[in-house]
Ligand binder design. Structure first.
Ligand code: S3P
Length: 448
């Protein structure tokens, strides 16, 4: 692991283009692979996780050509093999998903509906701790044969077979599980319906619709005055084929969130991020930060494919503590450690609950955020399903161990310039999983 220091060296100023969205990159490649014919993907993420997806698809017989599209991005031409055309090979084909949880959860949905073959998905040390029973269960209900280690962990083996549509109520609000079931639904007899307890990111639905898949979404009524989000039902019908197309990937708000939050907490800062995806199911952090009093300006621009996109400007702000509950959690799931950091600089208490899922990410992100920030001097405590921070308006600094988790590495890095003594991040190299240009972008904003 590489160690890097981030000093309290003044304000962050300037603009940058957000790296391509990781979540949408995985999905765009997968939908293009499942289509019959050639698709284009504009600004696919050139980072380790998204590379794992391309490698997996090539192993399944999909032809992929790439061309450089600026730092951290590539343009793809993808020759899809059709819904039932994934190559099976002899025995069980091994697929290395690396560190990519999204690939691990989505791909089995496609593979389960193939006519023949068997595939074993495995990955790095962190992947081996990520639960997969959440996708094994609904796929089995659809008729698939799925095996995993100790009932819940990778390696996961999925066999091709005949699938039947089901109605599945998600036990946890997970876009990955929803997506897996919807993809399998295309290959299943009849209709497959997923009911989500609260709204999760809807990129799969948008991409499937753009490929002509028979999919429809039905909201369970208006949001109540208490802010409760009603369950959503998404249905997909059996399909013979889906259509190729020209797909666009907007910038990743989950990556952009790091320089933006740095802008909010380092005095004198003004950071503009351009080309950021503004899908309402992803912008939870902006709403939370707004409530805390953050000076954030959002300007919607031209869309990227079926996704809204625009620019976000963040200026150093005086912040107040806030509360975040279950309905808001999926809309900001990967940004919640950043809410903890914001909480350190806010007046009063910041409390996040209903976020037990954070324990099952690339690391246990409740433990990682609490122990990581406490090592920097924060007054923060873990809850079973979240954390509580008492804002001190400052952070002393120290050493933060990324635990191999890209978002923890970036969290430590942006705490540095906001701290009194600076922060040393152990394992900054993990940032390359989702945002290879991260360190260069931050250092450039700091040098203005
Ligand atoms: C993702 C969904 C979220 C998120 C992950 C990416 C996706 O996970 O934390 O980083 O691309 O669908 P869950 O759906 O499991 O909550």
């Amino acid at each position: 692991v590489r160690v890097a220091r981030f000093e309290p060296s003044g304000a962050l100023r300037g603009s940058l283009r957000a790296p391509p969205d990781k979540s949408i990159s995985h999905r765009a490649a997968l939908i293009a692979a499942m289509a019959e014919g050639e698709s284009g993907v504009e600004r696919y993420l050139d980072a380790a996780d998204a590379r794992s997806t391309l490698r997996a698809l090539v192993g399944l017989g999909v032809a992929v050509d790439e061309a450089p599209a600026g730092p951290g991005a590539i343009d793809l031409r993808v020759r899809g093999v059709g819904l039932r055309g994934a190559r099976s090979g002899d025995g069980s084909r091994r697929i290395d998903v690396g560190n990519a949880g999204t690939l691990l959860r989505l791909l089995p949905g496609w593979l389960a509906g193939q006519e023949r073959g068997s595939w074993t998905l495995d990955g790095d040390e962190s992947i081996r701790r990520r639960p997969v029973d959440r996708v094994a269960e609904p796929l089995r209900l659809m008729g698939a044969r799925v095996e995993c280690r100790d009932r819940s962990l990778p390696p996961l083996t999925v066999e091709a077979g005949k699938l039947a549509g089901i109605t599945y109520e998600l036990p946890v609000a997970s876009a990955q599980v929803k997506s897996c079931v919807l993809l399998a639904g295309l290959l299943a007899d009849g209709t497959t319906t997923v009911v989500e307890p609260t709204t999760t990111r809807d990129h799969t639905e948008r991409l499937m619709a753009s490929a002509g898949a028979p999919i429809e979404t039905e909201a369970g009524g208006p949001v109540s005055r208490g802010g409760r989000v009603p369950p959503r039902r998404i249905s997909v019908h059996a399909a013979e084929r889906i259509e190729p197309g020209e797909l666009g990937v907007p910038g990743d708000i989950s990556s952009a969130a790091f320089p933006l939050v740095a802008g909010l907490i380092v005095p004198g800062s003004e950071v503009l991020v351009e080309g950021v995806g503004l899908n309402p199911t992803r912008v939870g952090l902006l709403g939370i930060a707004n409530r805390m009093g953050a000076a954030i300006e959002v300007e919607e621009g031209t869309w990227s494919g079926h996704e809204p996109r625009g620019s976000v400007l963040a200026r150093h702000s005086t912040l107040q503590g806030t509360r975040v509950g279950a309905a808001e959690v999926p809309l900001a799931i990967d940004e919640l450690p950043l809410v903890a950091l914001l909480g350190c600089f806010a007046d009063g208490e910041t409390v996040v609950t209903g976020a037990e899922e954070l324990r099952h990410k690339e690391s246990d992100r409740i433990a990682a955020a609490v122990e990581g920030l406490r090592a920097l001097g924060a007054e923060i405590e873990a809850l079973s399903d979240g954390f509580a921070v008492r804002g001190a308006g400052e952070l002393q600094g120290g050493t933060l161990d990324a635990r191999g988790d890209h978002r923890m590495a970036m969290l430590g890095a942006i705490a540095g310039p906001a701290s009194r003594d600076g922060v040393e991040v152990r394992g900054i190299d993990a940032a390359a999983i989702s945002y290879p240009e991260f360190e260069a972008d931050i250092r450039r904003l700091l040098s203005r």
